[in-house]
Design a protein around this ligand. Sequence first.
Ligand SMILES: C[S@@+](CC[C@H](N)C(=O)[O-])C[C@H]1O[C@@H](n2cnc3c(N)ncnc32)[C@H](O)[C@@H]1O
Length: 433
Amino acid sequence: MRIELGGAFADLLNEQGKGSGDNEMGYVERTIGFRTRKLDDRDLRLVTEIVGGTTRWRRYLDHLILSLCHDESTFRNMEPLLLQILRIGFYEIVKLEMPAYAVVDENVKLAKAALRLGAGNMVNALLRKLVVLKESNSLPVPKVGGDNRQQARALAIIHSHPVWMVRRWISYIGYEEAIKLMTWNNTDPCFSIRANIGKGFTRADLVTELETLKVPYELSEHLDDFVRIRTGMQIVDPKPGESIIDCCAAPGGKTLFMASCLNGQGSICAIDINKGRLRILEETAKKHEVDHIVTTLNADLCALVNDDDMKADKVLLDAPCSGLGVLSKRAYLRWNRRSEDMEQLTNLQDALLDSASTLVKPGGVLVYSTCSIDPQENEERIAAFLLRHQEYRVDSVDKYVSSSFVTVGGFYSSNPVKHSLDGAFAARLLRSS
Ligand SMILES: C[S@@+](CC[C@H](N)C(=O)[O-])C[C@H]1O[C@@H](n2cnc3c(N)ncnc32)[C@H](O)[C@@H]1O
């Protein structure tokens, strides 16, 4: 409920070290009114899986719940907490295939304790109906047919995405690829770790460490220092002695990667409009002992146009974007985005690109990146930028990444369906004068 109504993040439940698990359980206690026992690691993982899963599968679960209600108004007028309990129960039975008797028992108890006896009876009735349908293999599935809009509506339910996203993808990448992309978005996300070679910690060391901790891992096929990582940031190609500006830097993943490449020589100015996120970057830079080469600036990039004291050899603009390439990791994001956001975002991306371009020294490099797979935020932004700025030209990324990530236009593009990696984009631009 905190994700849906209060904008909380599903993945914070995992960060037991920072006490977020405790925070969330504190919230349960304050709002629902009963104390939960302290969760061990296994329980926390299950809670995280259930929160992530019910968030991702919300549209599909609601379709099932609605189909089993007496009438539409029962569903539409359902109180939020009761609906949430039903989503959890439905998800546990349909997607996690947990034993039906335990799911019914637990969720009925939950509804009675958190709401009232009648709510427990309703959960009991709907979950039992669901179990019967599931056991007879007759769960209601919308039929994919009719015109484009009707097809998109059915697919949006089956794969649990907003209709506007489904329509957009069908028009950009076609029906089959759109389904593959949604399937990827619904899989468990895969996180990656970088070996800090700047501090003499190699990938072999990292692998030994992970094996000792019994953490399952996969070596990145494309980068030597990473264990499953989103590629792309090596396109800046930072070299010792260079000055770099990281324009939208917080919380700092890319700043730290670049800092480790500088071997203590050179400088990075990390700019971000968000003070809190920039503070995280400062703390991490200290922890990684690169704070002597990383300085921070809390500012709106758009206000830094043509600042003569601030010019760098290389400028990275990792722009705010829709995040449409990372929907598997950010379970809640698909429901927060609206198609109208795209225009606002692309206007901001244009403005940030214009400002960032003034911070590059003549002969320097500007890298624009997003974690989106949407052409409107990627290729189209660069095409529009090049029309406004004839002093820039594209430098193909083929010297920096393996050819399977290089587009015909010379840009970097990773795609969940093609590479089994997060979707991302980057363009490397050279400034002539
Ligand atoms: C995609 S995130 C950057 C992630 C970061 N590069 C990393 O690797 O951790 C985009 C960042 O842009 C920042 N931002 C948005 N508008 C900005 C502006 N006008 N000026 C400076 N930063 C801005 C946001 O606060 C956010 O931290």
